[in-house]
Design a binder for this molecule. Structure first.
Ligand code: SF4
Length: 340
């Protein structure tokens, strides 16, 4: 069963410059992305900044309009919904943003912040409202002593707990977590991840977890989609993608991920070069200017995604290609330089 289905999602933004606001430039933020999230499951969307993962999340939350493709939630096509049906569905999909300080109104108390969505959407008596606010705060590890304080009186981790309580107020089915721990200290990150896991077990929540840090995602996700320059490079069960990555970009991301293990650090390989411009993405495979396995065909033809078990991989390399041994493929081919 699918809770959230994204099918062929494409989001392009036209850039308008100058007095007449004319331009033919188009940012290819997301191109033909398909995903599925089951109830109670965590799907992680990972990639470097600019890969389009946050745009996918915004399209799911109906904050940007898709150029083409379909998004369905709880069996309903979002594009076909209007008025109260659209608002009702939006209550079932909530978001927690990266920076807890900027996502909370600094003038509001914790009580007002958590009560606000309930006042706007739920018909509760005064007593019921108070009980619900308190139970939400207790759910995220806060209590009555925090009710009348404002965000600036809390640490980043506590503010993120308030943001999570607020997101859970309307009992959503799906929570979009947009880099929810990347602005926090490492020790606080771990506590927030444990809290999110406990809430998922208790409430049966599904998460769309946006992250650039693979170490964070590895511990929480059942499925992973690795994005590069607006497209999905590799997608499938987290154990397969992290345990036996088959796309050179996934391998490069894992190789360049910082590790506390000194032995792993010794073999760490930095992913060279920058993500090319999304206004003029490279022809063929978009990763080819940075790929150490590129072949002439990679510069000409987009690799049609193919299945390997439960996984989808968009690469011209054969499935049995040994990504750990670049020598088996011979020297890297010369390629056209791509302007950033
Ligand atoms: Fe590398 Fe070619 Fe595969 Fe792209 S299609 S990741 S350039 S080998």
């Amino acid at each position: 069963m699918t809770l959230l289905g994204v099918d062929g999602l494409t989001v392009h933004f036209r850039i308008r410059r100058g007095l007449l606001k004319r331009s033919d430039d188009v940012v290819h933020a997301v191109d033909d992305v398909s995903l599925a999230v089951a109830p109670g499951e965590t799907l992680a969307l990972v990639g470097e900044s600019g890969c389009g993962k946050s745009t996918v999340a915004r399209a799911v939350l109906q904050l940007v309009k898709p150029t083409s493709g379909n998004i369905s939630f709880m069996g309903q096509d979002l594009a076909g919904l209007k008025g109260s049906a659209r608002r009702a569905l939006r209550r079932d999909a909530q978001v927690v943003f990266q920076d807890p300080y900027s996502s909370l109104n600094p003038r509001m108390t914790v009580h007002s912040l958590v009560a606000e969505p309930l006042r706007a959407n739920a018909k509760l008596s005064g007593r019921e409202l108070e009980d619900r606010v308190l139970s939400l705060l207790e759910m995220v590890g806060l209590g009555t002593q925090h009710l009348w304080r404002r965000p600036h009186e809390f640490s980043g981790g506590q503010c993120q707990r308030i943001a999570i309580a607020r997101a859970l107020a309307l009992e959503p089915k799906l929570v979009v977590l947009d880099e929810p721990t990347s602005a926090l200290d490492v020790s606080v990150q771990a506590r927030i991840l444990v809290l999110l896991h406990e809430l998922q077990q208790r409430l049966g929540l599904a998460y769309l977890f946006i992250a650039h840090d693979l170490a964070v995602v590895q511990s929480v996700a059942q499925s992973v989609a690795v994005m590069y320059l607006g497209q999905v490079a590799e997608q499938g069960p987290a154990a397969d993608v992290f345990g036996d990555p088959r796309h050179p970009y996934t391998v490069a991301l894992l190789d360049s991920s910082p590790s506390p293990d000194p032995e792993a650090r010794a073999t760490m390989r930095v992913l060279e070069g920058n993500v090319p411009s999304a206004i003029r993405p490279p022809q063929g495979c978009r990763f080819h200017p940075r790929c150490r396995f590129r072949m002439p065909v990679c510069e000409r033809e987009y690799p049609t995604p193919h299945r390997l078990g439960a996984r989808m991989i968009a690469c011209h390399l054969p499935d049995d290609f040994d990504l750990a041994r670049p020598d088996v493929h011979g020297p890297v081919q010369e390629t056209t330089a791509i302007a950033d």
